[in-house]
Design a protein around this ligand. Structure first.
Ligand SMILES: [Zn+2]
Length: 289
C-alpha cells in the first residue's frame, strides 16, 4: 500500500476517512473535495492491464454493445456543440476502440493510445484504427497536434492525473477541446457505501464538480460544459449483470421478476438510465496560460 497526497492540492492533512474500498481506503480532501484511495494499492492498474486476457476484457465490453454505442453518440453530439468535425481527435485510454470507431463515422480523424496490449491490438487489427500501445506521456505526439482529446472513464484509473492532463494539454491545440468522463460521488453514497458500482479495483479517484473545477483550473483549462452521462441498457443486460461475480447488489424479488422478463420479448426493452454518478466535462485551454 502506498500513502499519497491529494493530487489536486497536494495536501495530506485535511481529510476525512470513510471506509475500505477495493483500491485502498476512501478519503476526502477537505480543501478541494476530491475523494481518493489513500493509502492505495500501487499495482491496481497493472493488475487490470495484465491480469485479464483480451478476450475476457472484450467479452465484458460487448455485453451492452448497442447501449455503449448510443452513449458514444451522445458524447460525440456534445463535442460537436463546441467543435465540428473534420479535425483530429485523440482518445487517451481508448481500450478496444469502439468510441474511436463511432468518432470516425462522425468524420473525425482518429488516433488512440492504450496501455493494454489486447485492447490496442483489437483496435488496430479488427477495427483498423490508428492506436498506439502505451501511455500518452511516452507516446511522442507533436505539440498542438489535436483538436479534441477525449479521456472517457480513464482519469479515475491513472496514478497521476495531473501529469497525464499536463501531457494532454501539450498535444491539444490552443483552441482545442478536452473531453472527460469520470465517476462523481453520488448523493446516495452513504446508503450504498462500499457497494457503489464505481469502487472497482483500479479506480483511485472519485470527483465532484468542485474537485474537477479545481483540477482543470490548476492545469489552465476553462470548463465549457458539464452534464451527467446517461446509460442505455436493455433488461437482458441487467439480468446478465446480476450474474456477474463482482455484482454487489441483491435485488431479491425484483431480481426474480427480471429473470422472468428475460424469458420474454421484453428483454430487448432498452432503458435510458441516469445513475447520477458519472459526469462528462468539456474544457478548453485558457488564454494567457
Ligand atoms: Zn485536494
Amino acid at each position: 500500500m502506498e500513502v499519497v497526497s491529494c493530487c489536486i492540492c497536494g495536501t495530506t492533512r485535511f481529510e476525512e476517512r470513510y471506509w475500505p474500498i477495493n483500491s485502498g481506503v476512501l478519503v476526502r480532501c477537505r480543501q478541494c473535495g476530491l475523494y481518493y484511495a489513500n493509502p492505495r494499492k500501487e499495482e491496481a492498474i497493472q493488475e487490470v492491464i495484465t491480469g485479464q486476457t483480451a478476450p475476457e476484457l472484450l467479452a465484458g465490453k460487448m455485453i451492452n454493445q448497442q447501449g455503449r454505442i448510443l452513449e458514444f453518440k451522445d458524447q460525440l453530439g456534445v463535442i460537436a456543440r463546441y467543435k465540428k468535425p473534420p479535425g483530429k481527435l485523440l482518445d487517451v485510454g481508448c481500450y478496444e476502440g469502439f468510441f474511436l470507431n463511432e468518432a470516425r463515422h462522425a468524420a473525425w480523424s482518429c488516433t488512440g493510445v492504450e496501455p493494454s496490449r489486447g485492447g490496442a491490438r483489437f483496435a488496430r487489427e479488427t477495427l483498423g484504427l490508428d492506436v498506439r500501445e502505451g501511455i500518452l506521456e511516452t507516446s511522442h505526439f507533436g505539440a498542438g497536434a489535436f483538436d479534441v482529446v477525449s479521456m472517457l472513464a480513464v482519469l479515475e484509473h491513472v496514478p497521476k492525473p495531473v501529469e497525464t492532463l499536463t501531457a494532454v494539454k501539450r498535444v491539444l491545440k490552443r483552441d482545442g477541446l478536452l473531453v472527460i468522463s469520470v465517476p462523481v460521488i453520488p448523493s446516495y453514497l452513504k446508503l450504498v457505501r462500499s457497494r457503489w458500482r464505481m469502487f472497482i479495483g483500479d479506480h483511485y479517484f472519485f470527483f465532484s464538480d468542485r474537485a474537477m473545477q479545481a483540477l482543470l483550473g490548476k492545469l489552465g483549462f476553462r470548463l465549457l460544459d458539464k452534464r451527467y452521462c446517461v446509460k442505455y441498457v436493455d433488461l437482458e443486460t441487467i439480468v446478465k449483470r446480476l450474474n456477474d461475480p463482482w455484482q454487489p447488489y441483491r435485488l431479491g424479488p425484483l431480481g426474480k421478476l427480471l429473470k422472468v422478463i428475460n424469458k420474454t420479448r421484453l428483454r430487448k426493452l432498452r432503458l435510458k438510465v441516469n445513475l447520477f454518478d458519472c459526469r462528462m466535462y468539456v474544457a478548453t485551454p485558457c488564454d494567457g496560460d
